[in-house]
Design a protein around this ligand. Structure first.
Ligand code: ADP
Ligand code: MG
Length: 324
C-alpha cells in the first residue's frame, strides 16, 4: 500500500461543511460571518504521550480528544481538523483501528478531517483543530476576577492513577484499573460544557498537565490569586478509584496528589462570578456534565491550598513539564 492509497483508504471521506477537503493542495474552510476561527494543535509522541501497546482505536480517539478539549476550553464549536501522521510502516490493522476511533469521535462532534500529511517515521500523531466562536465570546485564560468561584468539571485523577499502575508504582483492583485506564486512553473532551459556559464563565482552561499547574496559567494571565479547598478537591477523584468496599483504596495524601497534580484528564477548570452560580449549574445540567466548586479567586497572586477548617496546607504539587 503506497502513501496515496493509504490516505485514500483510511483518511479520505466526503466533507460537507467545508468548500474543499482532503485531496487538493489546501483545504478551504468557510467560517460563518461574525465568527472567529479558533485553532489549536496538539501532538502525541509514542513513548511520551502513549505506550506502544495502546489499542489503536483508543489512540485515534485520544489524538482528536486532546485537541477538541482545547476548543472546549475556548468555548469554540468544532468544525474541522487536519492530521499529520508519521508511521513506521503501513500496518492495515493498525490504520483501520486508528481511523475507526478517530472518526467515531470526529462524527460525534461534527468535526471533519480536511487534510494532513503522511510520512514514514517513528509513530507520531499531530492534529490541528479548527472551531468557531462568535467574535469576542471565546473563553480566555485572562478573564478571572477576584471574588469569582473556581469550578472543575467531571472528575480528576483517574488518568494519573492508570499511569502509575502502568509504571508499577500503585496497585488497585483490576476493575478499578480498567475504569481509570479508559479515562487515560479515551478522555472525554467537554465540548458541550465549553459552549454552554459562553457568556457565563469569566475564564477557562482544560486540565492536561495537572489542576494546580493549569489553574496557575489562568491566575498568572488574569493577574489574580486563588484559594482552593482541598476537601472539595479531594472529592473529585472518581468513585471508581476512591473506594473498594469499606476501606479507602489509596492513602489520603495520594488521592489529593492525583487530583491536584494528576494531568491527562481533559476536564475544564473555569471561573464564574458568585452571582452566576445558578447559571453555572443550569449549564452543567443542560449538558449532563457535573461541575464542582472547589474554591475562589482572590486579589493578589499565587495559589493557596486550605483545609476544611481554613488552615493552610504547605505541600507543593508540581504539574507536568516535558523539559523539567
Ligand atoms: P502535498 O504534496 O501538498 O504535501 P500530500 O501529497 O502530502 O500533499 O497530500 C495529498 C492530499 O492528502 C492533501 O490534500 C493532504 O491534505 C491530504 N492528506 C495527506 N495525509 C493526510 C492524512 N493523514 N489525513 C488526511 N489528509 C491527508
Ligand atoms: Mg505532504
Amino acid at each position: 500500500m503506497g502513501e496515496f492509497e493509504l490516505i485514500e483508504r483510511f483518511f479520505k471521506r466526503p466533507v460537507s461543511r467545508n468548500a474543499l477537503g482532503v485531496g487538493d493542495d489546501c483545504a478551504l474552510l468557510s467560517p460563518a460571518p461574525g465568527m472567529q476561527l479558533a485553532m489549536s494543535t496538539d501532538m502525541l509522541v509514542e513513548g511520551r504521550h502513549f505506550l506502544s501497546t495502546v489499542d489503536p482505536s483508543r489512540l485515534g480517539h485520544k489524538a482528536l480528544a486532546v485537541n477538541l478539549s482545547d476548543l472546549a476550553a475556548c468555548g469554540a464549536k468544532p468544525l474541522a481538523f487536519s492530521l499529520a501522521l508519521a508511521l513506521p510502516r503501513a500496518d492495515e490493522a493498525w490504520l483501520a483501528g486508528f481511523s475507526r476511533g478517530l472518526f467515531a469521535l470526529a462524527d460525534a462532534h461534527g468535526c471533519e478531517l480536511v487534510g494532513g500529511d503522511t510520512t514514514r517515521g517513528p509513530l507520531n500523531i499531530c492534529i490541528t483543530v479548527f472551531g468557531e466562536v462568535p467574535a469576542g465570546q471565546a473563553l480566555l485564560r485572562s478573564g478571572a476576577r477576584a471574588g469569582d468561584d473556581v469550578y472543575v468539571s467531571g472528575t480528576l485523577g483517574d488518568a494519573r492513577l492508570a499511569l502509575e499502575m502502568f509504571r508499577g508504582r500503585l496497585s488497585v483492583p483490576a476493575a478499578v484499573f480498567e475504569a481509570a485506564r479508559t479515562r487515560l486512553e479515551q478522555p472525554t473532551p467537554r465540548v458541550a460544557l465549553g459552549l454552554a459556559l459562553r457568556g457565563i464563565a469569566t475564564s477557562a482552561i482544560d486540565v492536561s498537565d495537572g489542576l494546580l499547574g493549569d489553574l496557575g496559567h489562568v491566575l498568572r494571565q488574569s493577574g489574580v490569586g486563588a484559594r482552593i479547598e482541598t476537601a472539595a478537591a479531594a472529592g473529585l477523584l472518581a468513585a471508581t478509584s476512591r473506594v473498594a468496599g469499606a476501606t479507602p483504596l489509596l492513602h489520603a495524601d495520594m488521592q489529593l496528589e492525583l487530583v491536584l497534580a494528576g494531568g491527562d484528564d481533559y476536564e475544564l477548570v473555569f471561573t464564574a462570578p458568585a452571582s452566576a452560580r445558578q447559571a453555572v449549574q443550569a449549564a452543567a445540567a443542560a449538558c449532563a456534565t457535573p461541575v464542582t466548586r472547589i474554591g475562589a479567586i482572590e486579589a493578589g497572586s499565587g495559589l493557596r491550598l486550605v483545609l476544611a477548617d481554613g488552615t493552610p496546607l504547605q505541600r507543593r504539587y508540581p504539574s507536568f513539564d516535558h523539559f523539567a
